[in-house]
Design a protein. Sequence first.
Length: 70
Amino acid sequence: MTASYSAVIRKDVTWWIGWIREIPGVNAQATSRAELLDDLKSALKEALELNRAEARQAAGKSFEVVSIMI
């Protein structure tokens, strides 16, 4: 499954800073734009995996995974 997310980025004096618009708490800073985008991608992947793991744990042993498109 492929998903697309929006990064809001800006240069702040010597640092590039950015946030993933759709996922609160996913942000990064770096010295270059390319490094920032790589760091945001890594942070997003980690946040999504943690959210998946928490959801599976909260659901218990018997659950169903259903895709929802918006």
